[in-house]
Design a protein around this ligand. Structure first.
Ligand SMILES: *[C@@H]1O[C@H](CO)[C@@H](O)[C@H](O)[C@H]1NC(C)=O
Ligand SMILES: *[C@@H]1O[C@H](CO)[C@@H](O)[C@H](O)[C@H]1NC(C)=O
Ligand SMILES: *[C@@H]1O[C@H](CO)[C@@H](O)[C@H](O)[C@H]1NC(C)=O
Ligand SMILES: *[C@@H]1O[C@H](CO)[C@@H](O)[C@H](O)[C@H]1NC(C)=O
Ligand SMILES: *[C@@H]1O[C@H](CO)[C@@H](O)[C@H](O)[C@H]1NC(C)=O
Ligand SMILES: *[C@@H]1O[C@H](CO)[C@@H](O)[C@H](O)[C@H]1NC(C)=O
Ligand SMILES: *[C@@H]1O[C@H](CO)[C@@H](O)[C@H](O)[C@H]1NC(C)=O
Ligand SMILES: *[C@@H]1O[C@H](CO)[C@@H](O)[C@H](O)[C@H]1NC(C)=O
Ligand SMILES: *[C@@H]1O[C@H](CO)[C@@H](O)[C@H](O)[C@H]1NC(C)=O
Ligand SMILES: *[C@@H]1O[C@H](CO)[C@@H](O)[C@H](O)[C@H]1NC(C)=O
Ligand SMILES: *[C@@H]1O[C@H](CO)[C@@H](O)[C@H](O)[C@H]1NC(C)=O
Length: 843
């Protein structure tokens, strides 16, 4: 994951030398050669040729190709031109990093088109784009746009060796980009100074500002595509901006007669621009004195840099053409005579101004017109209008970079280099889910980043996005730091022969189950202790180091409600884990599908409480929280006393670090239990476990599978089905008939509400596991007190309804205590705190 910033090796030296040579040669021929020249087709799998330019995929190095699988949109139907046909979609803040070889002005160009996608509505995506210094787009969305694609061009003076381009989705949204260009611009193109109108004064300091091209017109001429402009600019025709269409008529000459002279080069504007113009309509026929006026809609909050291009291509002789030029009705160039300035016909000339929009309106007007004292024709050849960044260094809105994205802004400063954003898939659909259990080799991008692609989007939070079921320890770096915070014992190291003896040579009759990792056998150790032996598939891709990290992680987790690891065996390249044996097997088998006795409501509550404790410990008990990612009734095991323990950390992942809110990852988990938000956004938080646990609660109440495709459509998914009934307050209609008449209504109500909150659409609306635990305890207490008392007494009527949110402060104190003590004591703590609750019977 490390990227050496500013590293300088022979190959880049050679590249710079080559560039310098080319530059020297090109100087003599007058052609500008952009030293930095990145043209990226985002999300594309191949080079894209668009408007005379070739864009390369933003994912070329094969070492990282896998990261980019399923993260792109590719749709030719809605795209206006090839560069818009693919896009990269980001579900979280992401960054492109460009190595800059020549500091100074650069064009930064963005191509945006909300392609259609089955899971993401890019049309309503809202996001912010910033560099380290400037805000380019703020809360931008296509929702409000009249166009269905957008091209943006910025001119930014890059003063460091690297340019970062951050894409930050707004709340619950995604960001995307179809194409990016970062291209060197000749320093002379934009001066530091220009004449400000209204009041007339010299404006200094343009070099410190970012500019955004809002209009660039080739008056009276055709559209000039980037491929025909030395700086890759596009020039539009001006007709649609004319205030009065027939006030102007186009005029053109052969571009080859344009003579560039001092101060003006083809980089200023190509000769195609100077070879065409708008001149006064019928000026020679009608004697009326009038103006040609162009009208532009601008944001009145900003100032604008206005460049006017002239070239006298209409006159037969010198000093024939004398006219006035107005910007926002201010006479900017009185009695202007082009040939006087240039000393010759057909020689280009340009003039810069700085202007506001006209007084309290959002229009900017540019006019050329006859000088009353000296009536002649009037022309304009080209016009550029650029928005200037404001005091907040923004080109969109009033927020500065620091105000908007402090976290991103901070990250870029850490020169460690783990700062480049993560590109998360959008085509992560069912297909990928089905893939979950297949081995997917996680790319380890600790490989050096290929020099030739310095702009790659790299993941922000490590790389194991395609972590497989087998790759148990998921995020290696996270795990490693977590472990170093306090390694306990690694558990017992077993010899292979001990394992062979314990399992009777892996006797198939002792098979307890088969999972992605391999097979699980029941075993008996020499001392008579019953164990579960999980034998990794020797052909699995999981390396030895990862195997050991997994052991460390699991052995660190000791809790009454987590299945504990007893030891391991790594002899003979075996990968074997030995767990405590859970006599009563998975919770699921006690709910349905077997002839085991149905569990009582109290037993069910106690099991749920146990499992919630285990998960609460995972989330809060360690320095870095752990997200289980595969909470379901088959992963909650019951020991001989029906004590619930959470098992199978095959998918678990260390949670977000303190300054992050989530980890991003390819979607893993089990159908029916999957957090819809996680599925949509691939952002993993503890709340994803909470959602899955909500499904478990419903399953426990209703004694039916999370997904049952055999049922009518609306009943297939228990989360949807039960939520419908819960909202109606009629959960008792679908609960396990065995429980009918045996549940205290208050207990059921509390349980239903808790499950409902767990199943909230958005993670932020779900309770923490601590809250869940609390409410389940409460439901249990209601049940217990009602069992003691007269069953007819509906005690709930007397109980103040306790909202999940209100429990938060107390829960915090609970988790502090938890983090101090790993093992049993939290039971006592919890009940101590719980006893502060009003005993319903005491009221
Ligand atoms: C888009 O997808 C089609 C077929 O999947 C492929 O042939 C084409 O090359 C892709 N285009 C881009 C720009 O990746
Ligand atoms: C893509 O374009 C780059 C730059 O123009 C070129 O070096 C590369 O060979 C092209 N690749 C393909 C597959 O055409
Ligand atoms: C986006 O909008 C939200 C709420 O309207 C605001 O708080 C936030 O500052 C905006 N972000 C930017 C970059 O303007
Ligand atoms: C959408 O545009 C309309 C009119 O242009 C404006 O009034 C409205 O505030 C805009 N909405 C958003 C969310 O920007
Ligand atoms: C973002 O989410 C927070 C919390 O849900 C909310 O308070 C805020 O208004 C949201 N902002 C926007 C722009 O939607
Ligand atoms: C870019 O900024 C630096 C530092 O402010 C300045 O020295 C340089 O002249 C600027 N370059 C251009 C082209 O504006
Ligand atoms: C110039 O004007 C003529 C006649 O009005 C029109 O047909 C032609 O398209 C115009 N050319 C351009 C480049 O606008
Ligand atoms: C662009 O360049 C091509 C090839 O040189 C030429 O045929 C075409 O007319 C040019 N178009 C414009 C608008 O300059
Ligand atoms: C041209 O426009 C300017 C500014 O709006 C105005 O002052 C001037 O009178 C106009 N000239 C003619 C001839 O209409
Ligand atoms: C822009 O307008 C503001 C107030 O309307 C004024 O103070 C400022 O001087 C103007 N700037 C220019 C360059 O016209
Ligand atoms: C400009 O603002 C002034 C005062 O706010 C107002 O009286 C006037 O009508 C406005 N003019 C236009 C064209 O909106």
């Amino acid at each position: 994951m490390e990227m050496k910033l500013g590293s300088f090796d022979l190959s880049s030296m050679a590249r710079i030398l080559l560039v310098l040579c080319v530059l020297m040669v090109s100087k003599s021929t007058g052609t500008f050669f952009p030293i930095d020249n990145y043209l990226l087709a985002c999300g594309s799998s191949q080079n894209v040729s668009s408007q005379g330019q070739v864009f390369v995929p933003d994912s070329s190095p094969s070492s990282l190709l896998q990261l980019n699988k399923g993260i792109t949109v590719n749709s030719s139907s809605t795209a206006p031109s090839p560069i818009y046909q693919s896009a990269r979609v980001f579900t979280e803040s992401s960054t492109y990093k460009f190595d800059i070889n020549q500091k100074g002005r650069h064009f930064v160009r963005l191509y945006l088109c909300p392609l259609s996608h089955p899971s993401y509505n890019l049309k309503s995506a809202t996001f912010t784009v910033i560099t380290d210094e400037f805000v380019l787009l703020s809360n931008f969305t296509f929702k409000n746009q009249t166009t269905n694609y957008l091209f943006k061009e910025y001119l930014i003076n890059v003063t460091s060796d690297t340019l970062y381009l951050h894409f930050a989705p707004s709340n619950n949204s995604v960001s995307f980009v179809n194409g990016i260009e970062v291209v060197s611009v000749p320093d002379e193109l934009i001066p530091d100074q220009a004449l400000a109108l209204n009041p007339f004064t010299s404006f200094n300091g343009l070099s410190g500002l970012a500019l955004e091209t809002v209009f660039r017109l080739n008056m009276g001429g055709p559209i000039i595509i980037p491929g025909n402009d030395t700086l890759g600019r596009r020039w539009e025709n001006d007709r649609s901006y004319l205030h009065v269409k027939n006030s102007a008529q186009n005029y053109s000459v052969n571009p080859s007669i344009i003579k560039y002279q001092t101060g003006v080069t083809p980089e200023t504007a190509p000769n195609w621009v100077y070879a065409t113009a708008e001149r006064m309509g019928d000026a020679n026929v009608v004697n009326d004195i009038f103006n040609i006026t162009w009208v532009f809609t601008v944001d009145p909050e900003f100032m604008y840099f206005v460049r006017l291009h002239f070239c006298d291509i209409v006159s037969k002789a010198m000093n024939e053409l004398i006219f006035n030029v107005y910007v926002n009705s201010v006479l900017a160039m009185p009695s202007f005579d082009i040939s006087e300035k240039t000393g010759s016909l057909n020689v280009p000339y340009f003039k810069d101004f700085i202007s506001n929009s006209s007084t309290n309106s959002s229009f900017l007007y540019v006019s050329v017109g006859q000088d009353k004292s000296n009536p002649s024709d009037a022309i304009l050849n080209g016009l550029e209008i650029m928005k200037m960044s404001n005091e907040a260094k923004s080109l969109d809105g009033k927020f500065s970079v620091d105000g908007i994205l402090p976290s991103i802004a901070k990250k870029k400063n850490s020169k460690v280099g783990i700062l480049v954003g993560s590109a998360i898939g959008v085509t992560v659909a069912l297909a990928l889910l089905a893939f979950c259990y297949c081995c997917f080799v996680a790319p380890r991008s600790s490989k050096p980043r290929p020099k030739s692609h310095p702009w790659l989007a790299l993941p922000l939070y490590g790389n194991s996005q395609t972590m497989s079921k087998v790759s148990t320890t998921s995020q290696k770096s996270g795990t490693a730091s977590f472990i170093s915070s306090g390694v306990s014992s690694l558990g017992r190291s077993f010899t292979f022969s001990e394992i062979m003896d314990a399992t009777n040579k892996f006797d198939e009759s002792l098979l307890l189950g088969v999972g992605g990792f391999g097979k699980v056998y029941k075993g008996t150790l020499e001392d008579g202790l019953k164990v579960a032996v999980k034998r990794g598939n020797p052909r699995s891709e999981q390396g030895m180091a990862e195997f050991q990290t997994e052991i460390q992680m699991l052995s660190k987790l000791r809790h009454r409600h987590l299945v504990s690891l007893i030891g391991y065996c790594d002899e003979r390249s075996e990968m074997i884990l030995v767990y405590e044996y859970m006599a009563n097997g998975p919770l699921r088998s006690h709910l349905y599908g077997t002839d085991l006795l149905p569990l009582s409501w109290k037993q069910r509550l106690e099991i749920c409480i146990g499992a919630a404790r285990g998960l609460h410990y995972l989330h809060t008990g360690a320095a870095q929280s752990i997200i289980h990612r595969d909470v379901k009734t088959t992963n909650i095991l019951l020991d001989e006393n029906l004590v619930a323990k959470v098992a199978d950390f095959g998918l678990s992942k260390t949670g977000p670090a303190l300054d992050q809110t989530h980890v991003s990852t390819a979607v893993k988990g089990s159908f029916g239990y999957l957090d819809p938000e996680y599925f949509r956004r691939q952002q993993l938080t503890e709340k994803s476990d909470v959602y899955s646990f909500g499904v478990v609660l419903m399953e426990v109440l209703c004694s039916r599978p999370a997904l049952n495709p055999g049922l009518p459509r609306e009943q297939v998914n228990i989360a949807e089905w039960a939520m419908g009934w819960q909202r109606k307050g009629m959960l008792d209609h679908i609960m396990d008939p065995f429980l009918a008449g045996k549940i205290n209504p208050g207990s059921l109500k509390k349980f239903g509400e808790t499950a409902e909150k767990c199943l909230a659409e958005y993670g932020v609306d779900r309770p923490t596991m601590g809250d869940v635990l609390w409410n389940l305890e409460y439901a249990l207490q209601l049940q217990e007190t009602s069992e003691v008392a007269d069953p007819e007494d509906n005690s709930t009527n007397h109980i103040a309804d306790i909202q999940l949110g209100q429990l938060q402060p107390i829960d915090n104190s609970m988790s502090i205590i938890h983090s101090g003590a790993d093992d049993e004591p939290e039971d006592a703590t919890t009940s101590a705190v719980f006893s502060q609750l009003v005993n319903p019977r005491g009221r």
